[in-house]
Structure formats: structure tokens, C-alpha cells
Design a binder for this molecule. Sequence first.
Ligand code: AMP
Length: 446
Amino acid sequence: MFSQFALHERLLKAVAELKFVEPTPVQAAAIPLALQGRDLRVTAQTGSGKTAAFVLPILNRLIGPAKIRVSIKTLILLPTRELAQQTLKEVERFAQFTFIKSGLITGGEDFKVQAAMLRKVPDILIGTPGRMIEQLNAGNLDLKEVEVLVLDEADRMLDMGFAEDVQRLVDECVNRQQTMLFSATTGGSGLREMIAKVLNNPEHLQLNAVSQLNSTTRQQIITADHNQHKEQIVNWLLANETYQKAIIFTNTRAMADRIYGRLVAQEYKAFVLHGEKDQKDRKLAIDRLKQGGVKILVATDVAARGLDVDGLDMVINFDMPRSGDEYVHRIGRTGRAGNDGLAISLICHGDWNLMSSIERYLKQSFERRTVKEVKGTYGGPKKVKASGKAVGVKKKKTDVKGDKKKTAAKTPTKRKSANRPKPDSLVSSDGMAPLKRRKPAEPAAE
Ligand code: AMP
């Protein structure tokens, strides 16, 4: 029950209005500490309810009678526009019975309109680092009186090259009293450096031991012979599975476009999102998906960042993601806040070792599924090592172009898959450390 927290009655009223009954684990762990003013480092994924975990204590601190606003009291930095917009909505929903005002600063929106908003001085400012810096440089932004700073999806901000911008904005908040840093992963040295610099004796809450992720999401694999066969399986799944909305992940823009084209040709209501799409397309895709006009989204990882869409209950990994963390992010799109979800990864010969590395990383075994209507010949390696990887298999021709013959997997070739990291680089010897290779903001292959 949310009444267990020492939250103002107006906030509890909003919580009840939103029909939140039970706090999620991250809320139960973080809210009491945040209310005490502690610095927090929270490892929790999108979908865990982490936004409310920091928003409610912030609002509780700011709550009071209407007053003339003289300074921004809270700054929330996030990696993407969509995430910033979603967070603003969440703040507004929780603040509906208070006089607290919030504002949004992201790229892709009118600079002057934002400057005018800043002149009215919101209590809470939410946004992405790049545009914040531009407003700062233009002399429109004063962060000197910020008391609470939140760095949400800090690992993503670093991945996207925002380290310097974030640090500069942090340095502007000279009078801050509390800092909360959220990340979906335990991150690498960049994140550790940032934590050491910005947090003061933080409490570390680790909510997503990866093995506990998405207990409400079934995770399955279906083996496939080649890309054309994967397309057949996708068709079968879309036609036969029960789902409200589905997302199909690919590793490349070209493959996303190709699958999208096929779906549209079959008169599916679909949308494609990848790094080449501009902000307008992204907004449109997400709006349509939210409103239900579009049921299927084909996306690359970068494009899907920060996506929070109700009813997204099926994730199909057309390509296996290149790292365990990326897998966790993709699957985090479904099974949100206790809803059931289904995640299906399509595994060709060339995906097998990557898949088994991810299983070890997650300390989980994916359910093997066969669909007899579209069953192929490949069913996994003949022999596997204790690690789950294939025994003694030389690099074989992968199916970048969608091989025509089912026997392709049996044809040895020297060509290496251009985009995949070697599976061995994926997991450290203890099987748990974050993966060595951090993915660049937009994969080079896209
Ligand atoms: P987040 O991880 O903050 O992006 O939250 C994911 C989704 O779960 C959002 O749509 C929230 O509104 C919703 N949510 C968060 N906390 C709860 C809760 N305690 N009960 C029900 N839904 C929640």
C-alpha cells in the first residue's frame, strides 16, 4: 500500500486516482530513502516503476501552497526525448492535486518557446542534456538553486555520448542537496566514474539482479534456417499468437525496413523506427502505437529506447541482440508493471552461441519452442559444450542476405558475420559482469 510511505495526502490521492495499488519493488525500496534525502544509486530497468520511485519523493519535498516561483528546484536529466516526455507526463499526473509546475527541455522543440517557459521558472525541469546545454549557453537556464538532481538511465546517457554535457549540468547545480542516479545496467567504468563524482555516500539499490527480470514474461527461442525462414516464423507468430501490440527488433536499419515492407504488403498496421527516422516519425509511430492504430512496431535498439507503451505484450527478436544488456532492454518493453508478456528470439545457426551466452549472463534457460507449421531443419547444434555453446563448429555462412537454401547452415565459409561481437566477449568469467563491448549509440551497421 502506498499509504505506508510518509507521502502528502495530495500525492496519495493522485496515486489512488492512477489506480496504483501496490508499490513495485523499486518503489518500496527507494521511496523511504529518497524521502529521507539520501543520495541513491538505483539499478532498475524501465518498466520497473522507477519513475514514480523518484518523482513522488521529489513532489513531497516541493509540496506546499502556491507561491511565486523564483528558482528551479529539481532537475531531471534523461537520455531521450520520449523518455523525457513520458517522465513529464508522470510528474504531471502525480502533481495534479498540487501547485507544482514542471517544464520540458528537449531537442526537436521550439527553442524560444522553451526559453519563455524557463522565464516562468518551473519547480521541476525535465529534459535531455544536449538542449539543456544550449539553453544554458544562451543564458536562459539557471540551475544554481536546484536542490534535487536526478540522472535517469545514466548508463544510456553515457552510451549516447552525453558524459561531458551531464557533468557540466551537474556542476551548475552548485547547491544541490540530493542526487539520485538510475541505470538499467550496472554499467562500465564511465558509469562508475560518474557515480564517484556526483553521488555523496549513496545507498545502492540493486533491483534487477538480471536473473529476476521480467518474471511475468515468458522467454522462448525458435530455431530458424535463415532469414527468409525467420520471416515465415514472424508471419506465423503475428497471425497466431494472442497479443495486443508487438515489437520486432532487428540489428540493422536495412532489415527493419525489409520486414516493415513485408508487413505492410500483407496489410498489417505497422510502423518502422530506426536511427534514420526523424523526431516527427518517432512521435507519430509512438502516438499511433499508443492509440492502437498501429499494432506492430519494427525497430532497432536505439529507436526503441525509452519506449513505454501500454499493452506491448509481445517482443520478437528477429536478430539476437548483440549483448545481454541489450536483450534485457528489449525484453523490458514487455511484461511491464506486472502484465504478462512474451519474448521470442529467432535463432539461426549463427545466433546460437550469442543466445547461449545471453542465457548464461541472465542465468536463465529460454524455453525451446517448435512451431510445426513453420518448422525448418535447423534445431540447434548437434553437440554443445557445458557452456551451452556449439562444439567445434567452424564459422559458417550466416544469413545476412537471407539464404535461399535450407542447407546453407551446412555450407562452410570463411566469411565472418560483420556485426556480431564474438560471443566470448559477451560475458566475463563469472558470467555476470556487464558485457565488455558497449554498443555505440547507433550501431554502425544501421
Ligand atoms: P517506469 O518504470 O517508471 O517507466 O513505469 C512503467 C509503467 O508502470 C508506467 O506506465 C507506470 O505508470 C506504471 N507503474 C509504475 N508503478 C506502478 C504501480 N505501483 N502500480 C501500477 N502501475 C505502475
